[in-house]
Write a protein of this length. Sequence first.
Length: 103
Amino acid sequence: MRKRNRTITIRCTDDEYERIHSKAQRHKLFLSDFVLRSALDKKIVVADGLDEVARQQKSIGRNLNQIAMLAHEGRLHSVRLDELIEQYKVVTQAVCDIAKEVR
């Protein structure tokens, strides 16, 4: 990880500060990260809804891990994964929809 060891100080009005600060919050970035990305012409992307999709992906992963553990222990011999596969398709489609909005 790179070390940021230089400081830049700028002056702005209260209104400018509030506008910059609120934009940083909207983008869910620290103020310094937002200002650096803006100044260096880096793309700033906000992907609303991604937290919920990540939660669903984790849930599906936990279910798969539990099935795998039971199968390895010999306590599970056959599994119908239809519902889990359907959930995975829905979540994957949500990720694709979010990605399309971001572009």
